[in-house]
Design a protein around this ligand. Structure first.
Ligand code: PLP
Length: 351
């Protein structure tokens, strides 16, 4: 069934492979056994709804996510935002001071930051002029110490999806993990790479409650991968990394999934309106195609325009210093009113 199966055990850091994970009290007996008297974890016994430690493996929430995504709970790991999930990948698979990862700038800044924190080198292959992966250069950069390739699709800050062909090519040729960061996949019209988890045991897909799901404040990230990879990440994650309030709010969010779909459609409509409105703004030189809830635009002078927009009370993201993003601003889609306000501001600074 597997199109490709790499040796995951060989990829894991030796110290992680030999690790005996912390065994938490709540791993042994869960709160589901309601009749039990819990005198094992030194908690305060007076019930206030939060006096007990959370379920370390978040089984109820994972079941719900599993139903929604059509992938067994064994293929899911939850984290304190996807940033924690990404950090766990570094810590499990990249030997500090020795290994490297491959990224495709301009892209999400956390890959570099997490690599720096973990003392892991970053090999960079710039996206080409259509913001796609330069496959020839990518394959040249990969060496024996390359452990993870990060592909952000739709990509932040450019907004585009990465070509399916490129992702497949890397999945089929690379002897390490290919992480597809799908923080913005809900806004795209294409399918998620989730469907391919069963075909490639080196594929890791990350998603988040922070964007389309509207819950950046609860910090809940999802990692989908082969069961073997998930088990390794489970063995090194902090035992109670997703707190009770977040697990509960995560469940509430999924109970109102219809709402998410509705908001997503609204955001799309407002986006199309804004994209068509700003076409006649004279200082906007290019509006890049976007599959996300933001748009990258190239202006005449990004620093100047950023400042002018800021002075009118709107904060956008200045990407001027990013590779291939000279004079680019990244604009998140707001409500209909907020987008209208932005349009008015852009009009007002035209002359
Ligand atoms: C916003 C974003 C995330 C989300 O990170 P969280 O820690 O889950 O909030 C992940 N990846 C990319 C590319 C993003 O832009």
């Amino acid at each position: 069934m597997n199109k490709r199966s790499i040796d995951i055990k060989k990829l894991v850091r030796p110290n992680i492979m030999g690790l005996k994970p912390y065994s938490s009290a709540r791993n042994e007996f869960s709160d589901a056994d309601k009749k039990m008297v819990f005198l094992d974890a030194n908690e305060n016994p007076f019930d206030n709804g939060l006096n007990r430690y959370p379920d370390p493996l978040q089984s109820t929430l994972k079941e719900k996510i599993s139903e929604l995504k059509g992938l067994p709970a064994e293929n899911i790991l939850l984290g304190n935002g996807s940033d924690e999930v990404l950090d766990l990948l570094f810590r499990a698979f990249c030997n500090p001071g020795k290994d490297n990862i491959l990224t495709f700038p301009p892209t999400y800044g956390m890959y570099q930051v997490l690599a720096d924190i973990n003392d892991v080198k970053v090999k960079e292959v710039l996206l080409n002029d259509t913001f796609q992966i330069d496959m020839e250069k990518a394959l040249q950069e990969i060496d024996d110490e390359t452990k993870i390739i990060f592909i952000c699709s739709p990509n932040n800050p450019t907004g585009n999806l990465m070509e399916e062909e490129s992702v497949v090519r890397l999945l089929e040729s690379f002897n390490g993990l290919v992480v597809v960061d799908e923080a913005y996949i809900d806004f795209a019209d294409s399918k998620s790479w989730l469907e391919k988890i069963n075909e490639y045991n080196n594929l890791v897909v990350t998603q988040t409650f922070s964007k389309a799901f509207g819950k950046a404040g609860i910090r809940l990230g999802i990692c989908f991968a082969d069961q073997e990879v998930i088990e390794i990440l489970n063995s090194i994650k902090p035992p109670y990394n997703v707190n009770i309030l977040t697990q509960e709010e995560g469940l509430n969010t999924l109970d109102e999934y219809g709402n998410i779909l509705k908001q997503k459609e609204q955001i799309k409509i407002y986006k199309n309106q804004l994209l068509s409105d700003i076409q006649n703004i004279s200082f906007i030189k290019e509006i890049y195609k976007t599959d996300a809830n933001f748009v990258l635009i190239r202006v005449d002078d990004a620093d100047k325009r950023y400042q002018q927009i800021l002075e009118k009370g709107i904060v956008v993201r200045n990407r001027n210093t990013q590779p291939k993003c000279k004079n680019c601003l990244r604009i998140t889609m707001g409500t209909e009113e907020q987008n209208k306000e932005l349009y008015k501001v852009l009009k007002s600074i035209e002359s």
